[in-house]
Ligand binder design. Structure first.
Ligand code: FES
Length: 127
């Protein structure tokens, strides 16, 4: 939690708060009471909360106000929970989102490979 600001030059020291332990992808982390999942993970430098279900590109906090749904994680087996709005609870288990299988893309790839094989066979000149 060393990325947090504990002393502000104008506002002074941050009041001490109770800490909670939660889990993210199987590893334990600490959060302050009243802190969101996204804020707690960001304090550890964790910015990637999931990957795009189709392309696999990394996703994380974008709007941080609950509008974009880019921060979706699975919380205690409930998928699609917005990390920027959800407060950490003691013992909470959070999992990042993973890339999903895409049967249509796989079928298209196999069809293209088959067409390429067939066109190579048709173009072959016997000697
Ligand atoms: S970051 Fe946009 S909904 Fe959470």
């Amino acid at each position: 939690m060393d990325r947090r600001i504990f002393h502000h030059p104008v506002l002074g020291d941050c009041p001490s708060r109770a800490t909670l332990t939660f889990w993210f992808d199987g590893a334990p982390y600490q959060a302050f009471e009243g802190e969101t999942i996204a804020a707690a993970l960001l304090s550890y430098g964790i910015r990637q909360l999931r990957v795009h279900e189709d392309s696999g590109t990394p996703r994380g906090i974008y709007c941080n106000i609950g509008h974009c749904f880019e921060c979706r994680v699975t919380v205690n087996e409930s998928p699609g929970i917005r990390a920027c709005l959800t407060l950490v609870e003691e013992g909470m288990e959070v999992r990042s989102g993973v890339q999903l299988a895409n049967p249509l893309a796989e079928q298209a790839r196999q069809t293209e490979e088959k067409q390429q094989r067939e066109s190579r066979q048709e173009g072959a000149v016997p000697q």
